[in-house]
Design a protein around this ligand. Structure first.
Ligand code: OOG
Ligand code: NI
Length: 465
């Protein structure tokens, strides 16, 4: 009997969600179409260079989704289901502090972790969980009512969770079970037709639109599905030219002449979608909600901790200069700050240990006499060629920006009281599996490459300390 491996199920799951989301949010199909055109043009223009950060095939299929849940129990079920697709929790994001308005969630991203698995299909889902006992947002009364509401709902059927558990431990499922697993998982993230309790939703919405989207409805849904694009500035212009209203800016690093780092994202605003509501007197009528939007992203090289510190410093510098020159355009200021601080080549990023790379050994004809046998000397003398490791994760500030740009209200946040304590270890505990540290994953990938290079050269090339 034929079995379906987790990566094949992951690819089919991503395609199945994409079909569903396209039917639910037609503007998503515009985004996918424009992204494909932009990618086609970039590949035609830049050839093999355009594939430095992922093959054309990978990039064309690449998506990330976002979901939001309410309780530790729901979060653990999500971990089991995504585990069945070979997607594991990576990184901890606390958006409560990253956002100016009320975004009372903590998040992780479920994604493949092995480079081979990422190359086969990199589907990832940014998963946020409401922190219902954070007093900055919720009174004890609301906390109690949220707990009651959330504990009473069932997001994932026992059958779906059981299939996830089996797929996770076996790494595959027989064909018919795999189809069932993918079908149930897709349906779990479909927009529900269940009437929304009007007053409960409104009460939560006044506190935080995110809280209402999570705790005000009896189901969950995929909130956006994001294609990857090779030139996000071009995409932004083409979408605007089609008459689609985009958010004001591209989040993350600016466009500039040097290497793409980390992640740039933008989105179109959430569209009004018809939803059924139940009023206090029990009558049901149709109205609309704006919660789901379309996002697109461009990915660059993963930064080391020191690279990330430099990135954060540069972002703070951009903020400061923008505040001092309110009439200047933010992208221009950002570009200037980037040019002043960031190396303009991969080799230089590698030499200064600002980003992660794998390495290949250059042909002898290209090598000069190295000053030493350490990595910088070998890079400097052309013995080793750096290949960027693509950033597979997210940015808290951009994520908060994406949440914020689509909120119907700012909500409330009482900064005079302490928030509820949450951490990566806490997240690991509730998931029942360790949340991986993204830096560690990138460092391990670099180390494996250095081991191979060392073997080839016959001496040890150590990673930067
Ligand atoms: C998640 C927002 C974060 C991203 O790409 O940064 C995100 C959400 O809206 O639920 O998806
Ligand atoms: Ni996203």
């Amino acid at each position: 009997m034929s079995v379906v491996s987790s990566w094949e199920m992951r690819a089919e799951f991503a395609r199945s969600l994409s079909r569903m989301y396209g039917a639910e949010v037609p503007a998503y199909l515009d985004l996918v179409e424009v992204a494909a055109q932009v990618n086609h043009d970039v590949l035609a223009r830049n050839g093999a260079d355009a594939e430095t950060l992922g093959s054309a095939g990978r990039v064309a299929e690449e998506r990330h989704g976002a979901i939001r849940v309410g309780t530790p129990a729901e979060m653990r079920q999500v971990a089991t289901i995504f585990g069945g697709f070979g997607m594991h929790p990576v990184g901890f994001y606390d958006l409560r502090d990253a956002a100016a308005s009320a975004v009372p969630v903590v998040s992780t991203a479920f994604r493949p972790v092995d480079p081979e698995e990422l190359a086969l299909n990199p589907f990832r889902v940014f998963t946020s969980m409401l922190v219902i006992d954070d007093r900055r947002f919720f009174s004890p009364d609301i906390t109690a009512r949220l707990a009651e509401f959330l504990d009473a709902r069932v997001l994932f059927t026992d059958e779906l969770v059981a299939l996830g558990a089996r797929a996770r431990s076996d790494g595959c499922l027989p064909r018919s079970e795999a189809d069932r697993f993918i079908g149930l998982a897709t349906a779990a993230f479909e927009l529900s037709d269940d009437p929304v309790d009007r007053s409960w939703y409104a009460e939560l919405d006044a506190i935080s639109s995110v809280a209402a989207d999570i705790g005000g409805v009896s189901t969950t849904h995929i909130n956006h599905l994001t294609p990857r694009v090779l030139d996000i500035d071009d995409l932004y212009q083409r979408m605007a030219a089609r008459g689609i209203t985009m958010i004001d800016a591209i989040q993350g690093p600016p466009r500039w002449a040097g290497p793409d780092v980390l992640l740039r994202q933008t989105s179109f605003k959430a569209l009004a979608e018809p939803r059924r509501f139940r009023a206090d007197d029990g009558t049901v009528h149709t109205d609309s909600l704006r919660v789901r939007f379309g996002e697109v992203e461009a990915r660059g090289v993963a930064l080391t901790r020191s690279g990330r510190d430099l990135y954060d410093t540069m972002m703070a510098e951009v903020d400061a200069r923008c505040a001092a020159q309110p009439d200047a355009a933010r992208p221009d200021i950002a570009q200037q700050v980037w040019c002043e601080n960031l190396p303009t080549s991969y080799r230089e990023l590698a030499l200064r240990d600002l980003a992660y790379f794998t390495f290949s050994v250059a042909p002898e004809a290209d090598r000069r006499e190295p000053a030493g046998r350490d990595l910088p000397s070998l890079l400097g003398a052309g013995w080793l060629v750096p290949h960027p490791i693509v950033y597979e994760d997210f940015l808290p500030r951009s994520a908060a920006g994406i949440f914020q740009s689509n909120l119907s209200s700012q909500g409330r946040k009482d900064t005079s009281v302490a928030g509820a304590d949450r951490s990566i270890d806490w997240m690991s505990d509730i998931l029942g599996v360790p949340v991986a540290d993204p830096y560690r994953l990138y460092a391990e990938q670099r180390q494996r490459s250095l081991d191979e290079v060392s073997q080839h050269l016959g001496f040890t090339v150590a990673a930067p300390a």
